[in-house]
Write a protein that binds this ligand. Structure first.
Ligand code: ADP
Ligand code: MG
Length: 635
């Protein structure tokens, strides 16, 4: 199609031939064709051209071709003009031309026009409208660079999961290029899946054409643990068949970190509320202890009174123990410990404390199902749920009212759809007679930092935390509320399954078993040390004591005596329990150890477990519990 044109110019070498001669066979062609002279002005146009540009041919003649072209594309003229000067005297270029339909992309095939003397006198251009193709190309470009430069890691596989593409972010976060994945035949879909079952479940979901979302952890190339939100969906071809899988992975480590911090902040908020209740209870307990102690002093010769008083003092101390444990586990980053527990009991205990700090015009009511089977939950987190819901109820009742706590069992058919497993579950309802909420508030209450309470009053974290806790227990929460009608929160939590270990039952008071082994007691609290020396001595043990860590290290280092079991306090001046434990492991590796601790953080537990230490007893302990645990570690 592109060939040089030779025109026989009747008017001589310098003048241009007439348009028909310039156009030749193209005059009636459907393709649009024009000729331009060496100055770039139109010297001939065919009918198709005139139609395309919406003007009669004679109006176009003599016009500068550049005046019809998009100014960004004018620069391709000189290049084309230069190309046609050299054999084979043809050129192609794409330009936007202004037509009545707007700018259109036109692909021009150009050839030099020669006169009979062999001199070039112009250019003939045959055009095709390629606007549609250009737009498609631009669209394609936009899409592919969006995928390529996306801040989310993207991989595309075939329908069987065989990798076909990974974007730059994928390579940056995993360190894997498409080549390495192909070379090593890596399964990018399997990565981060916790188990084979989880992976199979995921595959069957995807195979069925469903979308899959999840959160997985993996190690970054630098060895850091990374949390990722993963989404996999199917891409279908024109026939609706699954042709590819699209894998999206986003780093959510930062969000996970924030979630943890958020829970901590909220816990601190809750503790203020609890502390008031605990202080009140503590005062009562101290009053009991003081009273009975005085009674003993005054009646030093009456064994009956002394015995009764000591029993009361012991009872009061046990209550104090429970309180301290509660506030400790609540305030610190206590370990999450899911166990079977009694929902009603926890609700009652917590409300007893709360009632002390809530205004007197708020009353509590219970509607507890006494036959409720135990729950599977973390005790502290369960308390936090109840606490947060009650505090919100209190805030919604500035003029007083009633908070009702109801528990019940939901049978399978009543289990809310949001519940992960459709089987009977426990239900806790917290209702108030307060202000209620309009729909626009109700919709947002679980959002972190959403609060309708003024600055410095609400944090907006309470319900976000409750939501997180409920979700981590595979439960669900919903709310019913209307302005002026009060509010009811409903929390559903799974029951403990038969195979779950239940919380250890409280040691029965009375005689605990003794033994004849040798015991080393390491504790800097003199009264405690003496108590253990006396009571364990009476039970037949040979007891040695060390008043602090350094003394214990000396004793162990000398190697004079061998111990069967060491009772080890954690926080001591001089050397800590951990340091003593290290010496002990080196000098007497067979000795059993029981660590006595007021509070064990997950971090220090991990430190101990690394040293092979798994036996702990919480302070304050009863002699009974200690005696039994000594037998347990001695096997
Ligand atoms: P905060 O209590 O700090 O505002 P929450 O997450 O606990 O944060 O609660 C969020 C919002 O939900 C509250 O500000 C309040 O508007 C609304 N809300 C929660 N519980 C109730 C309730 N029982 N009655 C009325 N409104 C409530
Ligand atoms: Mg709140």
């Amino acid at each position: 199609m592109m060939s040089v044109v030779i025109c026989d110019s009747p008017a001589g070498a310098s003048a241009l031939p007439p348009p028909e001669a310039l156009l030749g066979a193209w005059t009636g062609s459907a393709a649009f064709v024009y000729c331009r002279d060496l100055a770039g002005n139109l010297s001939a146009v065919n009918e198709a051209f005139a139609r395309k540009f919406g003007r009669p041919a004679d109006q176009l003649m003599g016009k500068s071709s550049a005046s019809l072209v998009h100014h960004d594309d004018v620069k391709s003229f000189p290049r084309a003009d230069e190309a046609v000067q050299r054999p084979p005297h043809t050129a192609t270029h794409e330009q936007r031309w202004l037509t009545p339909q707007g700018w259109r992309w036109i692909d021009w095939e150009e050839s030099a026009i020669f006169n009979v003397e062999g001199r070039i006198i112009g250019v003939r251009a045959v055009g095709h409208d390629i606007t549609r193709r250009r737009l498609a190309e631009e669209q394609f470009h936009k899409l592919s660079s969006a995928v390529e430069q996306s801040p989310i890691a993207i991989a595309i596989t075939d329908a069987e999961g065989g990798i076909q593409y990974v974007n730059a972010k994928f390579t940056a976060t995993t360190g894997l290029t498409l080549e390495t994945i192909l070379d090593r035949e890596l399964d990018v879909l399997r990565e981060g899946q916790p188990s084979e079952e989880a992976y199979q479940e995921f595959r069957s979901r995807v195979r069925a054409g469903l979308e899959w979302r999840g959160e997985v952890t993996r190690r970054s190339p630098e060895g850091r643990v990374v949390w990722e939100s993963v989404q996999v969906c199917c891409l279908r071809n024109a026939h609706g068949e699954i042709s590819n899988l699209l894998l999206l992975r986003e780093d959510i480590s930062e969000r996970k970190l924030l979630e943890g911090q958020l829970r901590q902040v909220q816990k601190m908020e809750g503790i203020g509320t609890l502390a008031g209740g605990i202080a009140h209870d503590f005062n009562n307990i101290l009053a009991v202890i003081n009273g009975y102690a005085e009674l003993c002093v005054l009646n030093a010769n009456e064994p009956a009174i002394i015995q009764k008083s000591v029993r009361e003092i012991k009872r009061a101390a046990e209550r104090a123990t429970g309180l301290v444990r509660q506030i400790l586990t609540f305030s610190r980053k206590a370990e999450v410990h899911v166990a079977s527990l009694n929902l009603n009991q926890h609700v009652r205990d917590l409300i007893a404390l709360l009632a002390e700090t809530f205004p007197r015009n708020i009353t509590f009511q219970f509607a507890l199902d006494e036959n409720l089977t135990p729950l599977l939950a973390d005790q502290n987190q369960l308390q936090q749920i109840v606490l947060n819901l009650c505090v919100n109820a209190r805030d919604a009742m500035p003029n007083g009212g009633t908070i009702t706590l109801a528990t019940s069992r939901l049978e399978t058919e009543d289990v809310p759809g949001a519940m992960l497993r459709r089987q009977p579950c426990a239900c806790l309802k917290v209702s108030d007679t307060g202000t209620g909420m309009p729909p626009e508030v109700r919709e947002r209450i679980f959002e972190p930092f959403f609060t309708t309470k003024g600055v410095n009053k609400g944090t907006g974290l309470g319900l976000a935390v409750v939501y997180g806790i409920v979700a981590s227990h595979e439960g669900c929460i919903d709310v019913e509320s209307a302005v002026g009608q009060g509010t009811t929160f409903r929390v559903c939590l799974p029951f403990a399954e038969a195979h779950m270990p239940s919380a250890p039952s409280a040691a029965k008071p009375g005689e605990f078993p003794g033994g004849s082994e040798s015991v080393l007691v390491v504790d800097d609290e003199a009264p405690l040390r003496q108590l253990l020396e006396t009571s364990l001595g009476r039970k037949g043990y040979t007891v040695t004591t060390a008043a602090d860590g350094l003394e214990a290290i000396d004793l162990l280092g000398s190697g004079e005596r061998k111990f069967d079991v060491v009772l080890l306090d954690l926080n001591m001046p001089g050397a800590t329990g951990v340091e003593v434990l290290k010496v002990l492991k080196a000098t007497q590796p067979t000795a059993k150890v029981l660590v006595l601790t007021g509070h064990l953080t997950p971090e220090s537990r991990a430190e101990f477990e690394e040293l092979g230490q798994h036996d702990f007893i919480r302070k304050p302990y009863t002699l009974d519990a200690l005696g039994r645990q000594i037998r347990a570690v001695l096997g």
